[in-house]
Design a protein. Structure first.
Length: 106
């Protein structure tokens, strides 16, 4: 069930962030991504904190990304890591190119 949920969310042309609202790295990730102008429906924040399958989702995220911590940030179907990872990609100038490559920006 969790596997199907995650797979349904991560598609080739959007950015998906699995997060919990109280997590400082999740806030950092939202802040970094909010600097970009996304096309409608191409940036999605998914709060898993209230879900009864939260642990299963995190277990599955660990299987496919190597970590079960949040945020887990996907650009298309590729996980780029967490909050500091997206910040580093932004600082290095690589993030914008990755977002353009999946045509997520306006």
């Amino acid at each position: 069930m969790a596997e199907e949920f995650v797979k349904a969310q991560i598609k080739g042309d959007k950015v998906v962030v699995f997060l919990k609202p109280t997590c400082p790295y999740c806030t950092l990730a939202k802040s970094v991504l909010s600097k970009y102008k996304f096309k409608g429906g191409h940036l999605e924040f998914i709060d898993i904190s209230g879900r009864n399958d939260m642990d299963t989702i995190q277990d599955y995220l660990q299987q496919i990304t190597g970590a079960r911590t949040v945020p887990r940030i996907f650009i298309g179907e590729q996980c780029i890591g967490g909050g500091s990872d997206v910040q580093n990609l932004d600082s290095s100038g690589k993030l914008e190119g990755m977002l353009q490559a999946i045509r997520a920006l306006q």
